[in-house]
Unconditional design. Structure first.
Lengths: 230, 230
DNA sequence: ACCTGAACACCGTTCAAGT
DNA sequence: ACCTGAACACCGTTCAAGT
């Protein structure tokens, strides 16, 4: 059977842009945004690749639609929360969603406000910051908080695909464990020594790491707020 | 002339891994890490693609070598600087280097300590933080500061390739300029209104943006330090 | 309007063969 | 050891043709 020939047995007649996006989103959940080709997507729909072009457009257009779909599923905490709680909740739950669709976080950070679904979140986030007293710094602080947090998600995405490379990196540090020549690396080694090697433990480490990043960036924002009030 | 056939006229005899890496680094400076193929690289060396495989390895290996080469060019400020100055200088000048090689920043954040050249920087950075009093938080804070800063560089890399998409996003906000329905977006629009549309002005905006991110993250670290001392 | 089927111009990578 | 040249199994995208 030729690879680009749809199986006639299970022809999904009446393709729409919506069905294409749904299928693309499912493929993304399974193998990431870079894990499928236009031809794979067509095959999943038992359709010729050109049908994708007809209903949605080129690969870029499909990716955009997937990002839009995923962002639409992101939570948007109530506007009456205090700023620190609002961002803690949004960034924590946002991570959960983004992690289910590897590769989307990176494109979201890139595309940013091009995605219509993101507008309601941006609007509320900025309002929450303004009410807290950030004034005209609200936009800069919003960008910093969301960018810092979500930029770390794709890092986790790709690192989880390379567990062995990650363990190798760890061993490099551990080799400097008691080295007087490199006291900084020895510290890193000591820090890493406690963690385990299993995938579950690595996931747990990622979680703690993310929480640490959240708190540090929220502290940075808090410091700026204190400075503005002084 | 067949695309994969090296021009015999200018045959660069005696290919070495070093020459391959140099050529790949030059191509990266010109068109980014994703802007050339193995075949392009071979053509630049007037050599068959298989020669690359023989001397360096597959594409991944070449990319790794390029990152290594670029990191070797990064500055490493003197260890006796106060922690905030050390990171300001390193992250600011590091950005300059990384921006000259689009795509490298992202891979660097990903590969992290896998790159040997990075080890001397990590070691010194962690030592500087420890001496400042960060104790066992030094590693977490180092990761936060460097990650946050350098993760924003590839964003700039890719955004600069899509200036029109960026301007389109701006117009979306400006459309909400006086909207009472979306006061947050109106604020973003007001913030954006001042900036110009020329590439130079966008670069200037990026620079201010990066500086703002640096200061916010350094403030976050400073807050943690104050907390540790209390 | 929607789908077919072939084709174009690429990829990264492998491999047997030469020298 | 090093390079040649062809080949394999893919890509995204376009286009003329069908219905």
């Amino acid at each position: 059977m030729a690879p680009s020939t749809p199986a006639k047995s299970k022809a999904a007649a009446g393709i729409t842009a919506d069905k294409v996006t749904t299928a693309a989103t499912e493929l993304t959940a399974r193998s990431g945004l870079d894990g499928w080709s236009v031809r794979d997507l067509a095959a999943a729909l038992t359709v010729y690749p050109t049908v994708i072009y007809h209903h949605v457009g080129d690969r870029e257009a499909v990716l955009h639609a997937v990002v839009e779909r995923v962002v639409a599923h992101m939570p948007c905490p109530p506007a009456d929360l205090p700023w620190r709680e609002w961002f803690t909740e949004f960034l924590w739950e946002g991570r959960e969603v983004l992690r289910r669709y590897p590769g989307v976080a990176r494109r979201l950070c890139l595309a940013g406000p091009t995605v219509p679904s993101a507008l309601r979140i941006i609007d509320r986030g900025v309002v929450v910051l303004q009410r807290a007293g950030f004034g005209d710094q609200a936009v800069a602080v919003y960008t910093f908080l969301v960018g810092t947090a979500f930029l770390h998600v794709p890092l986790e995405d790709e690192r989880s695909e390379r567990v062995d490379e990650r363990l190798a990196a760890r061993d490099v540090f551990l080799a400097h464990g008691r080295g007087d020549d490199a006291p900084g690396l020895a510290t890193v080694a000591a820090q890493l020594g406690g963690g385990g090697r299993s995938p579950e433990e690595l996931t747990r480490t990622d979680e703690l790491h993310y929480r640490s990043i959240l708190e540090l960036s929220l502290d940075g924002a808090a410091a700026r707020l204190a400075h503005l009030r002084a």
